[in-house]
Design a protein around this ligand. Structure first.
Ligand code: ADP
Ligand code: MG
Ligand code: MG
Length: 887
């Protein structure tokens, strides 16, 4: 149903079914949007005209009012709503059907002239913006309608919209229409039907506005889905002090706490609450008290100026509680609801699964499980694995935080710790980040236009807006640190400064945000690792019970290995031995080896490296005690180890006691036109067998050494970049000889396995012949992707962004494994490998091992394990469980 009616439409219908009071209306399906996009306005109108007429007639009958009637007009809202929720991305128009005559009728009927004109000015404003396209002409310009409102307020000497009287509102309508006439060159349409069709088409059109497109891009929503259009009778929150409008969450979207919470405004309509125009009040008393503490508002002031709905309208609050419980129990998930109160009568306008932080995802899933609302599988599926990252994000170093200077305080809209340089514009945030800077986006309030800037900023700070403001909701959805409503912060867009009290902060100055407390600090504050909650551990333990894939880590040092075990790795899937070469003075010995003239010279240098490597491997084996450790022999082209600048070459020459000329010549020798496809991988070990010999020896000696101390070492030696069976056999022979020598010297043996990377397409094609020799395969999906696609990851930056934009590739194949292409090679190699060696161990060790969609594929392909960087292990564990549950 969602596919046709969109999320909003389907849920409105569902709420009706549940007996929740919803204004009468009808939904135009997403198919119509597709017709609009493909065949245009006129075609779609022809197609849906009769049904729209019938729909309006239905609403008229329900409401006992006529659309277009001058004395008692039916007013409509026209609302977008796609399959996936895209909060605020597309457009909505309220109070449609008003014109100069109807406004008089409405005023008389409601016996409230101010209300009628308030509705009218809102309508002209929204319609002028959304349908007639009157937007700010530059980023420094404010919304032109708001500029006029501010002017009128200033003339009158008032601050709040609610302080404007009927005459002011009439004046606004007049000026708005004048503005539209002047800027758009057309009259504001007075015919309600013309208004309705304009609005419907504008909603279709908004499916393809820039911010909606960007949102789809960021959230993987296909363009083909289209949006539905909901046409609904208006209910009015702006009818006076017994009316209002609000937004609420059935649980805390930031922390996941099971606490009904939300915000509302009296005598307000539509987006007033989220737009941050007035300070919203809290729905519950508990929430209100908490808010007051954070906002530094005294209890007296709170009660007088910002009472909760629970205090102000206890009966309505009770109904709201009832509705939120009904909805949460029905959808079995945390709901984000929108409501309006019209003269002491509660109406529900929307419900959807609420956006939440990663921490809230985990907590809500685990608590709903404990509360018996959902089962284990559902709880596991409720957490987006990628969002576990939020929980692993660093927090501020406690001691540094105590010393830091707090400068302002706002609402803890989205937790996290962020340090960055202040920027005031979203597009500039992007530019700065492109240059490698960390930025904090500071705005009066954010709007959907700021999405891209928000997504690249370390954190977001707004001067206005509450916990349900645009900034807050979007930041939580992105798992981004955000503080909203920091009232003491004054933003001057033209001067590009932010003033707090007496202090002026220029663009580019450093500030820090603590999204968990709402505290803003001056300067940079160092961060430390996050503490994981009990819910997180419980979720992980549960994931392990459902998953089939084992999760290993790519770890090159004992420290990495320890971190990996703490995250739950059950082995090392890839140790890149060359990463050890760069540390300390090792590189000197490595370079000596590379620059040696002959085998004897190389062996001399390798003899220096042997004890160092052995020590490294001992550390790894100790850290993994009994868990398998896959060690890959030297892989990268040798030129990566030598210096390319003259100064460094000079220093090296001096170090090694040779001439600069000699160094330069050797470096030139090493130059390759395409190093990725050059002298690397097992090709190195084949031309310089002594390198493989040394590495095999270091690995096995290390294993024997730790075993002698009672630690178990499970050795897996891996040969990189194999493309022929003979390559594999040649290297395996060198390893076996080295092993035999070591075992003879020591008078003792240890089992070890020899396997290979499958990372050249040829290796995948002949995986049966290779499998007859190799005891395990590990798919090196980075190289396999590069070589199958025919472009290198390092050069793809020049065209891949365009390819993604044009839809030539749906996703970056280096981030999300190319299942349709490269995946066939993997499947084939799995089959061929097993056909000759049924118990062959199969794993993957590319970056893809930590990408949920890729993990799902590797599960289906029947691998035994995936290996990824330590920080992605929890993500892989959960993704593997989800794959097992859904598969
Ligand atoms: P979004 O998709 O951005 O959430 P909505 O379609 O929900 O947009 O509309 C935004 C707001 O407009 C709603 O939260 C509600 O306050 C108001 N609104 C929409 N339809 C009606 C209606 N029929 N009566 C009163 N207010 C409405
Ligand atoms: Mg809404
Ligand atoms: Mg590789």
């Amino acid at each position: 149903m969602k596919n046709l009616l969109g999320g909003k439409g389907a849920n409105l219908a569902e709420m009706c079914r549940l007996g929740i009071r919803v204004p009468s209306g009808f939904t135009i399906s997403t198919e119509a949007c597709t017709v609009f996009t493909q065949r245009g306005k006129d075609e779609v109108r022809k197609l849906i005209e009769a049904e729209v007429l019938a729909g309006v007639a239905f609403v008229e009958a329900e409401m006992g009012k006529k659309f277009g009637d001058a004395s008692d007009p039916l007013l409509l809202s026209v609302r977008s709503g796609s399959r996936a929720s895209m909060p605020g991305m597309m457009d909505t128009i309220l109070n449609l059907g008003l014109n100069d005559e109807a406004v008089v009728g409405l005023a008389l009927k409601a016996n409230n002239e101010r209300f009628a004109w308030d509705s009218y000015r809102r309508f002209v404003q929204m319609y002028g913006d959304v349908v007639m396209g009157l937007k700010p002409s530059s980023k420094e310009e404010h919304d032109p309608f708001e500029v006029i409102i501010d002017m009128v307020k200033e003339q009158k000497g008032v601050q709040l919209d609610t302080e404007l009287d009927t005459e002011d509102l009439k004046e606004l309508v007049k000026r708005f229409k004048g503005l539209i006439r002047a800027r758009v060159g057309r009259e504001f349409p007075s015919d309600p039907w013309e208004q309705l069709w304009g609005a419907i088409m504008a909603v279709f059109e908004s499916w393809n506005n820039d911010r909606a497109k960007l949102y789809r891009e960021l959230n993987d929503i296909p363009e083909t889905w289209g949006t539905a259009v909901n046409v609904q009778a208006m209910v009015f929150g702006n009818l006076g002090d017994h009316s209002g409008t609000g937004v609420a969450f059935t649980r805390d979207a930031g922390t996941g706490e099971d606490l009904f919470n939300g915000e509302f405004l009296i005598n307000a309509q539509g987006e007033d609450v989220v737009a941050g125009i007035r300070t919203p009040q809290q729905v519950s008393l508990e929430g209100s008290r908490r808010w007051a503490r954070l906002a530094l508002v005294s209890e007296e002031e709170r009660r007088a100026k910002y009472p909760s709905l629970e205090e102000l309208m206890p009966e309505i609050y009770k109904q709201l509680l009832h509705a939120e419980t009904t909805l949460e129990n029905h959808y079995k998930d945390m709901q984000d609801i929108e409501f309006t109160i019209q003269e002491d009568k509660l109406w529900m306008l929307q419900t959807r699964s609420g956006k939440r932080t990663g921490a809230a995802m985990v907590r809500i899933a685990m608590e709903m499980l404990q509360q018996g609302i959902i089962d284990e599988k559902t709880a596991l599926l409720r957490v987006n694995p990628d969002r576990l990252n939020d929980l692993l994000h660093p927090i501020f170093d406690k001691t540094a935080l105590e010393k830091a200077r707090p400068i302002a305080h706002g609402l803890p809209a989205s937790p996290g710790a962020a340090t960055g340089q202040v920027v005031f514009f979203a597009d500039e945030a992007e530019e700065w980040v492109k240059k490698g800077k960390d930025v904090i986006l500071v705005r009066q309030e954010t709007s959907p236009e700021d999405l891209r800037g928000m997504s690249v900023a370390k954190g977001i700070l707004t001067a206005r807006g509450g916990m349900t403001s645009h900034a807050a909701v979007v930041a939580r959805g992105m798992g981004k640190c955000c503080i909203s409503g920091a009232g003491a912060v004054h933003v001057d867009l033209k001067g590009r400064t932010m003033t707090v009290g007496e202090t002026v902060y220029e663009e580019g100055e450093w500030i820090s945000l603590d999204g968990s407390t709402g505290q803003v600090y001056e300067g940079q504050i160092p961060t430390m690792e996050a503490q994981l909650s009990g819910d997180f551990g419980a979720l992980m333990a549960m994931a392990d019970r459902y998953k089939r894939l084992a999760i290993r880590a790519n770890a090159d040092t004992p420290e990495d290995a320890v971190a990996a075990r703490n995250f739950g790795a059950v082995g090392i899937g890839l140790c890149r031995t060359e990463h050890m070469f760069f540390e300390g003075d090792r590189i000197v010995a490595v370079r000596e080896m590379i620059l040696a003239d002959d085998e004897a010279g190389r062996r001399k240098a390798l003899a220096k490296l042997l004890p160092i490597q052995r020590g490294d491997f001992e550390g790894l084996f100790r850290a993994m005690d009994g868990l398998p450790v896959t060690i890959r022999l030297l892989d990268p082209p040798l030129h990566e180890f030598v210096p390319h600048e003259e100064a460094a070459q000079r220093a090296m020459a001096k170090d090694m006691g040779v001439s600069l000329g000699k160094i330069r010549m050797r470096v030139e020798d090493l130059h390759e036109f395409n190093p990725m496809m050059g002298h690397r991988g097992c090709r190195l070990g084949i031309t310089y067998r002594e390198i493989t010999e040394m590495q095999a020896r270091a690995i096995l000696e290390a294993a024997l050494n730790v075993e002698a101390t009672g630690v178990r070492a499970k050795v897996e030696i891996m040969i990189p970049l194999v493309g022929t069976v003979r390559e594999f056999n040649a290297q395996a022979a060198v390893i076996r000889q080295a092993a035999a020598a070591v075992f003879a010297e020591r008078g003792t043996e240890i089992p070890y396995m020899i396997g290979t990377m499958i990372e050249t397409p040829r290796a995948a094609l002949i995986a049966d012949s290779i499998g007859a020799q190799a005891e395990f395969f590990s798919f090196g999906t980075n190289d396999l992707t590069q070589m199958t696609m025919g472009f290198s990851r390092d050069d793809a930056g020049k065209f891949l962004p365009d390819y993604l934009k044009l839809g030539i590739y749906e996703k970056d194949p280096f981030q999300s494994f190319d299942q349709k292409g490269v995946g066939l090679l993997v499947k084939m190699a799995v089959e061929k490998g097993r056909s000759v060696r049924p118990n062959i161990k199969l794993g993957i060790c590319g970056e893809h091992g930590g990408d949920p969609a890729s993990v799902e594929f590797f599960h289906r392909a029947g691998l035994d394990y995936v290996s990824c960087s330590p920080f992605r292990i929890p993500i892989a564990r959960l993704a593997a469980a989800q794959a097992a549950i859904s598969g």
